[in-house]
Design a protein around this ligand. Structure first.
Ligand code: GYE
Length: 331
């Protein structure tokens, strides 16, 4: 009885389905979903910035807001991002949102998305592709501008003394837009100023652990206490790692010692700035979820979104901060 009933229902649904021209989707195909399906490939969870960025996306792309979010964490590997994009194409998602780990290596997979008719929105970092039509829009930060803000602050701080300014540079994931922009600003400034000296460039991969490790190794390799004026860290977590390494080896950080410059300006870094240990925090806003939604809404309405959208950002020094201000910030 039960079986007969099931068979009847199955026959009915097949007959009804084909009469209406409805498709029977292969498993995993989400093209008939009522919600707007977003396939999102996030870099990883390497920093506080990244965690805040993922949260911002998850808060906006909810079922209540009309979305099904397929979120893939690439654990900082480009090959995982490429695999995720291919899976999204198979699933026939409506949009692909990609935070590219590095700028190069995207042409073929984005071409595949284009052929499948799925618009790609780049978030945070850029992809350096031959054909700009491979992505619909980009929402993120102007990293060269952020670097320039840091360099301008150094320029004003060290202008008085004609002494040599000795700089350690801790870089983020090599080849990522955030690294390239922030590095370019510093390298150009060093090349243009006779008394700025780059002591070393260390690869910290945007993580606290790596920055701590490379900084500890570098400081230990110096014959005695090094003469260091500035440590230019390309994100907050690397600044925390560098700060720990410096303090462990007896360096003072802040006004009377080494000036630490950081990018992101998350709550932890602003607190160290208020404590006087970080000298400058350059803001990089991770809360990009609603801007990405605006892009999607524009396309849903049949209009063409702006190709690049940059968020406004500022810098913080101790004098700009209070505990209340830090507590009010969203990240
Ligand atoms: O500064 C860093 C993160 O691309 C803006 O990536 C982002 C950078 C951010 O891991 O903390």
């Amino acid at each position: 009885m039960k079986r007969a009933c099931l068979l009847f229902l199955l026959t009915l649904s097949l007959a009804f389905g084909s009469a209406c021209g409805a498709r029977i989707n292969p498993p995993g195909d989400l093209s008939n979903e009522d919600l707007t399906v977003i396939g999102m490939s996030q870099v990883g969870a390497e920093s506080d910035w990244r965690v805040a960025n993922s949260e911002s996306m998850k808060m906006v792309f909810t079922e209540e807001n009309g979305y099904r979010l397929l979120f893939e964490d690439a654990r900082q590997k480009q090959e995982n991002q490429i695999t995720a994009i291919r899976k999204f194409i198979q699933q026939q998602v409506d949009y692909i949102v990609l935070m590219p780990i590095s700028e190069s290596g995207w042409d073929s997979v984005l071409q595949e998305a284009k052929e499948a008719g799925i618009p790609v929105i780049l978030v945070d970092r850029m992809a350096d592709v031959e054909d700009e039509s491979l992505y619909a829009a980009h929402v993120g930060s102007d990293f060269l501008k952020e670097g320039t803000l840091a360099v301008d602050w150094m320029e004003s701080g060290f202008r008085e003394s004609g002494d040599t300014v000795k700089i350690i540079h801790i870089q983020g994931t090599l080849g990522s837009t955030a690294q390239l922009g922030r590095t370019a600003a510093l390298e150009e400034a060093v090349a243009a100023r006779e008394n700025w000296e780059l002591l070393i460039q260390l690869d910290g991969d945007f993580t606290q652990a790596k920055a701590y490790e490379v900084m500890t190794a570098y400081l230990s390799s110096l014959p005695g206490e090094g003469d260091i004026d500035v440590v230019y860290c390309e994100n907050d977590n690397m600044a925390f790692g560098a700060l720990q390494a410096l303090e462990e080896q007896g360096y003072r950080c802040g006004r009377e010692g080494v000036s630490i410059i950081t990018f992101d300006a998350t709550r932890g870094a602003l607190t160290e700035c208020l404590n006087g240990k970080i000298s400058l925090a350059v803001e990089c806003n991770p809360l990009l979820g609603s801007l990405v939604e605006e892009v999607i809404q524009t396309m849903e309405a049949g209009r063409i979104p702006e190709k690049h959208r940059y968020v406004e950002e500022r810098v913080f020094t101790k004098g700009d901060l209070t505990e209340a201000l830090i507590a009010c910030r969203d990240y």
